[in-house]
Design a protein around this ligand. Structure first.
Ligand SMILES: [Zn+2]
Length: 402
């Protein structure tokens, strides 16, 4: 049966790059088929259409019910079959806030299962990309599991083990690889300043991932970690706290995206959510260093894209809207620049230019209908003003205005 063509008309269209004025948008199945401008004298619209948002850095293996749980033990005491349902619930909560693509950066069995279900259209919801982590024993990725617990996420402690783990992730269907070139904030028992893996290990991981067509995202908080990530030509920096002036030339030349994860580090540093003394102290140091480094980097034109580290605990699926507002303020951007960082530029950053991120014929029908014009005033982009979200051509939240 051929897909039925659907249309919304008379709304202002911001297509991911520019304001196209009042237009009609047509889609069939999961694809946009036409964006047609209306006559110049068309009445001003109350509602606008923008591309669905893309969060390039999330973690979905966490409880999605409001009952408080210990986030560290929940994934190890809850069966995988059940955790998959929570991943899908997080995905749908993000979609209700206009986020139609998510990139999970610490993927495993449950995220692969959820991604296959969502991406096959079994459940209406966002697109889900999944990266498999390749990290060392006692590295940032390892220390989300209590130290004496025997069942751990897979680890790699030599160049050969790194290559093998990349290949295993490729076999599982990973879209990319996540590496670590420093310690982290929420990992328990390490220091942010710890080196994670040797140059030889990082070199093997990146080489193998690129050979198998996968992007490499590098978690890093330190300047030395940024040095290593850039030396081995990763595709994105995650957090990027330690970027210094000496990194700008390479970052600009290669147009490397950075996911700044502002809200989560602020929330942990300010103890807006219950965290350990150790995590709060680490986050305060990260925030101070980040603030000292990011203002100059943004002024130099370094490329920041939406990446929240949303994990359903410290940052909720839906807080992406708040993160965009924080980015606009922190980087001195226009509303339109901030919106690009969450749509078209985020799509380009995760190699989805030909799939989503813009309202163009042939791309995915992933869009948000919102009251107001967020590319002129980002503050109108709130959950209350979002009236409908369409992901892959299917309504996932709200109702399309008549
Ligand atoms: Zn993360």
């Amino acid at each position: 049966m051929p897909a039925i063509s659907q249309t919304v008309t008379g709304l202002s269209v911001w297509d991911g790059d520019l304001d196209r004025g009042p237009a009609s948008l047509e889609w069939s199945g999961d694809r946009i088929t036409a964006v047609t401008p209306l006559a110049a004298d068309a009445p001003p619209a109350e509602f606008s259409i923008i591309p669905g948002l893309i969060d390039t850095h999330v973690h979905m293996d966490a409880s999605a019910v409001p009952t408080p749980v210990d986030w560290m033990t929940w994934p190890i005491v809850t069966p995988a079959s059940e955790r998959t349902l929570h991943v899908v619930a997080h995905a749908r909560a993000a979609a209700a806030a206009g986020v139609t693509t998510l990139r999970e950066l610490a993927g495993g069995e449950v995220q692969f299962s959820a991604a296959r279900g969502l991406n096959a259209g079994l459940i209406p919801g966002p697109r889900l990309l999944v990266h498999g982590p390749v990290g060392m024993t006692a590295g940032h990725g390892d220390l989300f599991v209590p130290p004496h617990y025997p069942h751990r996420t897979p680890l790699a402690d030599s160049p050969d083990e790194c290559r093998k783990l990349v290949r295993q992730w490729a076999r599982s269907g990973a879209d990319g690889i996540k590496i670590f070139t420093s310690g982290g904030v929420l990992s328990v028992g390490d220091k942010v300043g710890w080196r994670n893996q040797t140059r030889a290990e990082i070199a093997a991981t990146v080489d193998e991932a690129h050979a198998l067509g996968m992007l490499v995202a590098a978690h890093t908080h330190t300047a030395e970690g940024v040095d290593i990530a850039l030396e081995f030509e990763v595709d994105s920096l995650e957090h990027g706290t330690g970027i210094l002036e000496r990194h700008w030339e390479t970052l600009l030349e290669r147009n490397i995206p950075i996911a700044p994860t502002l809200l989560i580090n602020d929330a942990i540093a300010d103890r807006r959510i219950p965290v350990s003394d150790d995590a709060a102290e680490k986050a305060r140091a990260v925030v101070a260093e980040r603030d000292a480094n990011f203002a100059g980097a943004a002024a130099a034109g370094i490329r920041f894209v939406l990446g929240t580290d949303a994990n359903g605990v410290m940052v909720q699926f839906g807080d992406q809207l708040e993160e965009l507002r924080l980015m606009k303020r922190a980087f001195g951007w226009s509303a339109e620049r901030a919106l690009r960082a969450g749509t078209s530029d985020a799509a380009d950053a995760v190699r989805l230019t030909d799939t989503t991120g813009r309202l163009r014929p042939g791309l995915g029908a992933d869009f948000v209908i919102v009251r107001g014009r967020p590319w002129e005033d980002i503050d109108v982009l709130t959950a209350e003003n979002i009236v409908a979200v369409v992901a892959r051509g299917q309504l996932v939240s709200g109702a399309i205005p008549a």
